[in-house]
Ligand binder design. Structure first.
Ligand code: GTP
Ligand code: MN
Ligand code: MN
Length: 404
């Protein structure tokens, strides 16, 4: 029996951007439960509840040791009544009854399956569920009209739901670097997203592209995409002008050159196995067009042919020489690069908390493009993430400690 006096009391600042959150997690039983409820809330378009659970999960993730008693949580921020109830349930019973019943629910299962399709969000999934569609088979049978993204998403469902490894991310990084080198010399590629934070796997790979000479990056994205397409690296791509004026999280006043941000949602065709080797470009092009070799055989009857064809298909599936990987590309002018890197490194909650900190504590507006000081009524220029943290009056948190 541990007495209350022996139990560590934690002191944790309330904004996630004031904390160092590494990949170590001493309370995964609690964060798993809270994250699932956050996800469920988001899937049901209950954003307020979602954020509350995300904040609670992030707080538990930042604790230096395992929590064993509710008394250790006294005085901690970010823990609402509902989150505390869930934590208590897990500490006392090993599991949260709310989490267990959510996991079992037909609706949650269907939302997970359907939003697992690239291009399908919570709203579309909800509409389909109301029409009686709970899984991929029912979706295929329903004759629902799918857009281009969703068709691609359905086609590559298994690949896209398979975590991307760091080795695969690096292999794609080399391809993207080659693409930008081919279309505009001097262009730079930065790995952002979860892999920059040191995560070992991800749901996609995120890159930010820029050029050291301001303005040179204009029109770069279509060229990069055209090169990738010509080399057969893209299974799907949609390039959108990042309409900064319309975005919810942009600062009150956009700077003059902000409509230049372009984003490309894509699905790469990545040759398997190549990520372990140092890539020889010619070899890679060669491999991606190579087909599975068919065994040379004598066929006498239809039945034999049928058998052979079945074996061949199974063989081809197990020897599939490529896989589909989601890749996000963003082009930023060099003047906004530091803000873009900061904004695209995440985690999502860390970003949200940075913006909340800027607005509520500093009367500033932070976005992936700029930092605006509402008191001085001016933009604050920065060429590094360190400078941005300094403007915000925050201790610098390196990417590996932004895993909130
Ligand atoms: P996994 O990909 O799941 O491993 O995690 P991740 O942290 O890389 O997530 P994701 O790829 O979804 O996003 C990476 C970063 O980009 C996060 O910080 C997001 O906040 C940011 N991000 C994603 N979409 C947008 C967007 O439309 N606009 C802006 N400004 N940022 C975005
Ligand atoms: Mn990512
Ligand atoms: Mn992404």
């Amino acid at each position: 029996q541990i007495s209350e006096a022996e139990v560590a009391l934690f002191s944790v600042p309330s904004y996630a951007c004031q904390r160092r959150t590494t990949r170590d997690n001493h309370n995964s039983n609690l964060t798993d439960a809270l994250s699932l409820l956050a996800e469920n809330a988001e899937l049901n378009n209950e954003d307020g509840r979602g954020v509350a659970f995300r904040r609670a999960a992030a707080l538990m993730k930042a604790l230096p040791t395992q929590v064993i008693s509710m008394s250790q949580l006294r005085g901690l921020p970010c823990l609402g009544e509902h989150s505390l109830r869930v934590i208590k349930d897990v500490l006392e019973n090993g599991v949260s009854s709310e989490v267990e019943s959510t996991k079992q629910s037909k609706r949650y299962k269907a939302l997970k399956i359907l939003t697992g399709i690239f291009g399908v969000g919570a709203k579309t999934a909800d509409r389909w569920i109301r029409e009686g569609i709970y899984n991929l088979e029912q979706l295929r049978d329903s004759g629902q009209t799918l857009n281009r993204a969703q068709k691609s998403g359905l086609e590559h469902y298994d690949d896209l739901n398979e975590p991307v490894t760091k080795a695969e991310a690096d292999a794609i990084g080399e391809i993207v670097q080659k693409a930008v080198d081919s279309v505009l010399t001097g262009s730079q590629v930065a790995l952002t997203g979860g892999f920059r934070r040191g995560k070992l796997t991800g749901h996609d790979v995120d890159f930010l592209i820029t050029h050291p000479e301001e303005g040179k990056e204009v029109g770069l994205m279509p060229k990069v995409v055209a090169w990738l397409e010509s080399q057969g690296f893209l299974l799907y791509q949609k390039t959108t002008r990042n309409s900064y004026l319309e975005s919810k999280d942009g600062p009150a006043r956009p700077a003059s050159n902000m409509d230049r941000f372009e984003r490309c949602f894509s699905i790469f065709k990545l040759t398997k196995g190549k990520e372990q080797e140092s890539t020889q470009p010619e070899e890679q092009n060669d491999l991606k067009t190579k087909d599975v070799l068919r065994p040379h055989m004598q066929v006498d009857t239809d039945q034999q042919l049928c058998e052979l064809s079945k074996n061949y298909q199974m063989e081809a599936a197990s020897h599939k020489i490529w896989r589909a990987v989601r890749v996000d590309l963003v082009v930023s002018p060099i003047s906004q690069f530091a803000f873009a890197v900061l904004g695209w490194t995440g985690s999502k909650l860390f970003e949200r908390e940075l913006r909340r900190w800027a607005g509520h504590e500093k009367n500033m507006s932070l976005s992936s493009h700029a930092l605006f000081d509402n008191t001085q009524n001016k933009y604050l220029r920065a060429t590094s993430e360190e400078e941005i943290f300094a403007y915000l009056g925050l201790e610098y948190i390196p990417p590996s400690e932004r895993n909130a």
